[in-house]
Design a protein around this ligand. Structure first.
Ligand code: SAM
Length: 276
């Protein structure tokens, strides 16, 4: 199996993800016809510190209702919907995993945002868009599955207009030792490709981006995962959580993330860049 198939199999192996999410929401007493984006945030903002982290990134992206934004590795579409709702902009999401693209479309219909978000299946290392198509782009917790990072960032640069903001928020290799698996992006090292903080700076500048701001949020990430783990230990997995697609080993992944963050085996870092 080639690596990109292994990645989409890791995330999207269960069929009928849309039905599974709809079923959990209904069991939790929510009506699909009256859902708001915040009802979905615990499953569709699939990264550390969830919606809050997306909004913090978005504040630096110079967005307005006329902005055409690209979300690279858009997952279930939560970050794209958050930006579209908060800023009135149009967001295009591209993701490798077909089941996630399908769920992203369905969930956007549920909350009435289909006029402002669109999703298509595609690979970050070969984006299906013309040069200079977007006013801004973001990528959240995606590059850790991608070995060809030079190619990924070169593609982001190609599709952005000169002067556009590129916001990156990723999990990086820390100084505290090897990652303990399973983690939410990989059950073993075969699909995990973490850059180091130093490596990220040269990757982004090598691709033609000027770094305007770098923010290490590892301490906040550790507290966020400790709180998630405490909830999991006390009450078990909530009905609407990443467990719907990550499966039964999600609690073990959460335990490992607390150790990975605490030992600084991983770090979370956000970058605000401008396309030169
Ligand atoms: C941890 S999820 C994050 C999803 C989303 N960015 C979010 O924060 O909610 C990682 C996502 O990266 C996608 N991905 C991994 N490799 C990719 C690639 N080469 N091209 C596009 N998407 C990719 C996966 O399919 C998955 O949806």
């Amino acid at each position: 199996m080639v690596s990109s198939d292994s990645v989409s199999a890791h995330y999207g192996k269960d069929g009928d993800l849309v039905d599974a999410i709809a079923g959990r929401l209904t069991e939790a007493g929510l009506e699909i016809s009256t859902l708001s984006t915040s009802d979905l945030a615990s499953v569709d903002e699939f990264h550390i510190r969830g919606r809050q982290a997306t909004l913090e990134l978005a504040e630096r992206m110079r967005l307005d209702p006329a902005s055409r934004v690209l979300d690279i590795g858009s997952g279930l579409g939560g970050p794209a919907r958050t930006l579209a709702e908060a800023y009135g902009c149009h967001v295009t999401g591209v993701d490798l995993t077909p089941a996630f693209c399908e769920a992203a479309e369905a969930m956007s219909q549920w909350v009435g945002l289909t006029d402002r978000v669109t999703f298509r299946q595609g690979d970050a290392t070969s984006l299906p868009f013309a040069a200079e198509s977007f006013d801004a782009a973001m990528t959240i917790h995606v590059a850790m599955n991608i070995p060809a990072k030079e190619r990924m960032y070169a593609e982001a640069h190609r599709v952005l207009k000169p002067g556009a903001v590129f916001a990156v928020y990723d999990v990086l290799q820390g100084e505290g030792g090897d990652v303990l698996y399973p983690v939410p992006w990989a059950r073993d090292p075969s699909i995990s490709h973490l850059a180091t903080p130093e490596g990220m700076r040269s990757l982004l500048s090598g691709a033609g981006f000027e770094l305007l701001d770098v923010r290490d949020t590892t301490d906040e990430s550790q507290r966020w995962f400790e709180a998630k783990l405490a909830n999991l230990s006390q009450s078990g997995p909530p009905p609407i959580s990443f467990q719907i697609f990550l499966g039964e080993d999600y609690p073990e992944m959460a335990r490992n993330q607390v150790r990975n963050l605490g030992d600084r085996r991983i770090r979370t870092v956000g970058y605000i860049c401008e396309a030169r």
